[in-house]
Write a protein that binds this ligand. Structure first.
Ligand code: CTP
Ligand code: CA
Length: 221
């Protein structure tokens, strides 16, 4: 019969993946979030698992199937994602931070539903923990970090700056305004920059293919 085989170049490595959006509720029925579907992160989690890694996926609210062999931790808020990822990171070899983490959460949470006739809605926000930023600060020399950047401006220069500032070994940047790329698409068009100064822009590809190529690049670092 027909059989698919993958290289086992990640055998014996532990991979942490954050994926999906986070939700920041300001009352029991309403939240602030973004359109992330978790597809890019799930593609990376599956690719790493196929290549022999032991994978833990910290997932924001997504409706995605993952192979049962991937250890899945489901969270809702950025704070919960931060706590789960912080527990896993010390024992991981590779951190893939693909989650679209909400940068802010509402200052207060109304225990009862806000009523629309109560005179307009005003929500005050406070900064969330930066998961990648915090964990990258404790990166050991044998740990590797892949980070993402969703931008609307000059992609390459924003990504170069972000990779350095956040201590990533590799950054995967996409312009969220490009059709067929980024949030909730099945394809992506990315610019990849690594710590050796290697920089490439790839054509629009299925996210599964982008994931596979990213792991190929990482193996050279
Ligand atoms: N990230 C994270 N925790 C956050 C914010 C971002 O782990 N609270 C991670 C993302 O998963 C991504 C990288 O940091 O891998 C960059 O995210 P991005 O939103 O592009 O950058 P920010 O540093 O949040 O800056 P800004 O949104 O202002 O561009
Ligand atoms: Ca952000």
């Amino acid at each position: 019969g027909l059989r698919a085989v993958s290289p086992q170049d990640l055998a014996g490595t532990r991979v942490l993946v954050t994926l999906g959006p986070t939700r920041e509720f300001f009352d029991p029925v309403r939240f602030w979030s973004n359109p992330s579907s978790g597809t890019m992160g799930a593609s990376l989690a599956v690719a790493a698992w196929l290549r022999g890694a032991e994978v833990t996926a910290v997932c924001g609210p997504v409706s995605l199937w993952l192979p049962p062999a991937i250890h899945r931790i489901s969270v809702t808020t950025a704070k919960e994602m931060f706590e789960a990822a912080s527990d896993i990171w010390p024992s991981a070899d590779i951190g893939i931070f693909s989650a679209a983490v909400a940068d802010f959460s509402p200052k207060s949470y109304g225990a009862t539903k806000f009523k629309k006739d109560s005179g307009g809605l005003q929500v005050e926000f406070t900064a969330n923990p930066d998961i990648l930023g915090t964990l990258a600060a404790s990166k050991r020399t044998n740990q590797r970090i892949i980070g993402f950047a969703a931008e609307t401006g000059d992609l390459a220069s924003l990504a170069r700056e972000k990779r350095e500032r956040k201590n990533m070994d590799m950054i995967v940047a996409n312009n969220v305004l490009t059709p067929g790329a980024g949030f909730a698409a099945s394809t992506n068009e990315v610019t990849v920059i690594d710590s050796n100064g290697r920089e490439e822009t790839w054509p629009t590809l299925p996210k599964t293919e982008v994931a596979w190529r990213l792991l190929d690049w990482l193996s050279l670092l």
